[in-house]
Each structure stands twice: as C-alpha cells, then as structure tokens.
Design a binder for this molecule. Structure first.
Ligand SMILES: [Zn+2]
Length: 195
C-alpha cells in the first residue's frame, strides 16, 4: 500500500492510500447457516509527536533526552529534571529545557520496581514474559517505565539503556534496558549501548 507523509510549512501532507479493504468472508455456524460476514479493513494511523519529537529523535540516535524547569520563579519545580520527557513543567506550566541524560542513565540508573507479565495487549511485539521496570536516575524527580531485555529484574539493581539505533522505528520500542555490565556480545540483535 503506497503512501507517504511529510510536513510542509507546519502542515501534515498525506499522499497515497491510508485505508484499504479486502475481500470479505462468510461466517457460518456448524450447520452451515449464514450468520454474518467479516468486514476486513486496514488503516494507516499517523501519530504526531509535537513537542516530544526530541525525545524520539534522541532515542533513535542512542541518546536519552529529558527536560528541566529553568524558570527561576517556579517555587516547587525550579531545576527539577524530568524523565520521561515533559514539554512543560507541571508546577509553573512554562516550557522546559531539553537535557541529555544519557550519561546520567549510564552512571546511575537503578530498578525502582518491576513487573513481569505473560499477558499483553493487541499487537504486542515484545518477547514474553515482558519484564517491565520502573527506573530511577540520580538527580531526576520522576521515574521512567521501560523493559529489561536480558537478565532478571531486582529492586535496586543497576541497569543501562540500549538503543535500536542501527535500524530505528522512531518509537519507544527503540529503547530497552539491560543489567549494567552486560557485554556487547550479549546484547539482543539490533541493539547497542552508548556506554
Ligand atoms: Zn517550573
């Protein structure tokens, strides 16, 4: 299905086919009675990143970009660092400043908590069981949700980010985590560390 999307002068420009239909099938019961039909249709969704574009561009390039409130008049949030990326400070609502937290993550990321699941939602592409981890960073006031791609999670363990920067999808799937000390040869295919 050929299509393309770009942005010209701030406007999305969609060209080609964004929805298609396929031949349907009858639905019958055990006795062969016609009970209904399927209506197969496929859609291409477009998802705008808006102010979060820097985060996804960074991950595709092997960097973890967070933000910081630089508003000296912000009573609670001044100099607070946020990961995940927050476009605006939740305390003063002013636009934040982007900061590269790759080195902070490589040096200080630890597992705050974790959850292992065998049951997933639709279109899951992660290997099961999925080891979701909540990650703390030194000097960062928020906790990032991610997933551990090798090893077993434990609270307090050091982890490092790995990136699918060789062939990025420009989604959160380009970012995963492994225990600190995992060698390059042990990394899952397509991922590399920036440590
Ligand atoms: Zn603020």
């Amino acid at each position: 299905m050929p299509y393309s999307v770009d942005v010209v002068r701030g406007r999305y420009r969609l060209r080609g086919e964004f929805h298609s239909i396929e031949r349907n099938q009858p639905i019958r019961n055990e006795a062969g009675k016609l009970c209904g039909v399927t209506n197969p249709r496929r859609l291409v969704h477009t998802h705008s990143y808006g102010g979060e574009h820097e985060f996804f561009e960074g991950v595709a390039q092997g960097r973890l970009i967070g933000t910081r409130c630089d508003n000296a008049d912000c009573e609670v949030g001044y100099q607070s660092v946020f990961m995940p990326f927050r476009i605006h400070c939740p305390d003063c609502l002013q636009k934040t400043t982007s900061v590269d937290l790759t080195e902070v993550a490589n040096r200080s990321a630890t597992i705050h908590s974790f959850m292992i699941t065998e049951r997933t939602g639709a279109f899951n592409t992660l290997e099961k069981p999925i080891k979701f981890i909540n990650i703390e960073f030194e000097g960062v006031c928020t906790i990032l949700m991610g997933y551990l791609l090798c090893g077993e999670p434990a609270i307090g363990n050091r982890v490092v980010p790995i990136f699918a920067s060789a062939s990025p999808t420009y989604t959160i799937l380009d970012l995963a985590w492994v225990p600190d000390g995992t060698s390059a040869s042990e990394l899952p295919k397509g991922f590399s560390s920036s440590k």
